[in-house]
Design a protein around this ligand. Structure first.
Ligand SMILES: Cc1cc2nc3c(=O)[nH]c(=O)nc-3n(C[C@H](O)[C@H](O)[C@H](O)COP(=O)(O)OP(=O)(O)OC[C@H]3O[C@@H](n4cnc5c(N)ncnc54)[C@H](O)[C@@H]3O)c2cc1C
Length: 418
């Protein structure tokens, strides 16, 4: 097969666009397939950790993002029941904090901006963007893949060939590829995600509180355009109870009523605020490690694994995992060819990528699960917030355990954009 591309990337979110920039910069012929039209909103809290801004700078995209991003987040907190605990978010040594460089700290940015600008950057770097297109089928050959894609506007069908596929399709939609199977029998503990923007909030500008409420958790943060982003996850059984107690309300409104009535901090922050745009919802979430692909297919971002959003690290893990994979791909394969893409080389890439992935993210996944289970239960929330009121520095530590302060380790120099 004469490959038309060296790599086809399925999905144009943060993980896919990052991979596209890095590989295109290294001289690879890259196609990126994205089913949605951008700009589009997305269920996401929108916080981007400090550790990711240096990578965004390397991708050549930090400046335009910084121009529109929300204020720098310097404090984290927990709002649960009547409790409102806050602590410093120490992302850098004190001298760097004093400098106040925006990139040294985390801040939030609407996905309608982040994803659009990242994908635009991928195009500028030389990637060919197929949008709005879905991949309906793919066939594996000895020396690569043939993918059938359908344009959702024109209904035209195209066939693309490539040596490798990077699965960057996120975790919502089951489809043809082995990495796209998210079907599970429904369970009462399934989590559904909700998100909305508000104007006129009383939330302090530098604070990102975690929201703990019965049967769910969430977060609030100032984002671009003087808006506050509120996002949360709620268990299927709790959602059903919320709907029973507010039978006339839509699901999101019922969740919001539950959230404001069980979390004083949310009530105080949003009582005078106005909803900006519609509520979005999605689910159920499938947290945990899914795998890194097989043969010439490599998974990044949520397609590889998903942490509970309670730690607000998914965008960072998406961008960082793509950086790790692309470093290994470029180092092991240079430009993919029949000779360089032997089974042995592909497995070497996956082995080194998986190792670097575990070094950076395994703990984040475990901590996110621990926090999620802790803060979805009223009793453990009361105990934890009681403790944190006496020892708020534990919150600062918790942020460190969740990966907010640790730079990416094991990046192959090949992934550094020149
Ligand atoms: C409630 C909630 C709050 C969150 N808050 C935060 C937060 O504050 N900070 C943070 O860092 N993370 C947060 N996250 C997690 C974060 O949103 C995800 O981890 C991140 O979006 C993963 O990026 P990705 O590129 O892997 O996948 P996605 O962002 O899901 O991108 C995948 C892309 O692939 C496209 N696609 C899918 N299937 C196909 C197909 N068949 N063909 C073509 N294209 C396809 C989709 O349209 C999409 O654009 C939150 C998540 C939830 C649910």
């Amino acid at each position: 097969m004469n490959a038309a591309y060296d790599a086809i990337i399925l999905g144009g979110g943060p993980s896919g666009a990052t991979a596209a920039v890095l590989l295109a910069q290294a001289g690879w012929r890259v196609a990126i397939i994205e089913k949605a039209e951008f700009p589009r909103r997305k269920v996401c809290g929108e916080f981007i950790s400090a550790t990711t801004w240096p990578l965004l700078r390397q991708l050549g995209i930090a400046q335009p993002l910084l121009e529109i991003a929300g204020p720098v987040v310097r404090r984290i907190g927990i709002y649960g029941g009547e409790a409102m605990v806050t602590a410093q978010l120490l992302t850098q040594p004190a001298h760097a904090q004093d400098r106040g460089t925006a990139e040294d700290s985390g801040m939030a940015l609407g996905r309608e901006h982040l994803d659009t600008l990242l994908l635009k950057r991928a195009k500028e770097a030389g990637a060919e963007v197929w949008q709005p297109c879905t991949m309906s089928a793919y066939v594996a050959y000895d020396d690569g893949y043939e993918c059938t894609i359908n344009n959702r506007h024109t209904h035209q069908v195209h066939t693309l060939q490539s040596r490798l596929i990077i699965a960057a399709h996120g975790s919502w939609e089951s489809a043809a590829m082995l990495t796209q199977d998210f079907r599970r029998p429904p369970h009462k503990s399934d989590l559904f995600g909700f998100k909305a923007h508000f104007h006129g909030s009383a939330l302090p500008h530098d604070l990102m509180p975690l929201l703990a409420f019965p049967g769910g958790y969430g977060g609030m943060v100032h984002t671009d355009g003087d808006r506050v982003s509120l996002s949360c996850c709620i268990r299927r059984d709790q959602l059903a109870r919320c709907r029973l107690s507010s039978p006339q309300a839509r699901a999101a409104e019922a969740v919001f009523t539950h959230l404001t009535s069980s979390c004083k901090g949310v009530e105080l922050a949003l009582s005078a605020a106005a909803l900006d745009g519609a509520w979005l919802s999605v689910g159920p979430l499938r947290t945990g490690i899914r795998g890194f692909g097989q043969d010439g297919i490599f998974a990044v971002g949520n397609a590889a694994a998903e942490a509970h959003p309670i730690i607000a690290e998914g965008i960072s893990m998406a961008i960082q995992s793509s950086t790790l994979l692309c470093g290994q791909l470029i180092a092991h394969l240079q430009l993919p060819s029949a000779a360089s893409c032997s089974r042995h080389s592909l497995e070497a890439v996956r082995r080194d990528y998986a190792k670097a992935w575990h070094t950076n993210f395994s703990r984040r996944l475990r901590i996110s699960a621990l926090f999620a289970h802790l803060f979805m239960r009223p009793l453990t929330t009361r105990i934890a917030t009681g403790l944190l009121q006496h020892f708020p520095q534990l919150l600062t530590e918790g942020a460190r355990w969740s990966g907010k302060t640790e730079p990416l380790r094991g990046t192959h120099p090949a992934a550094v954009v020149r």
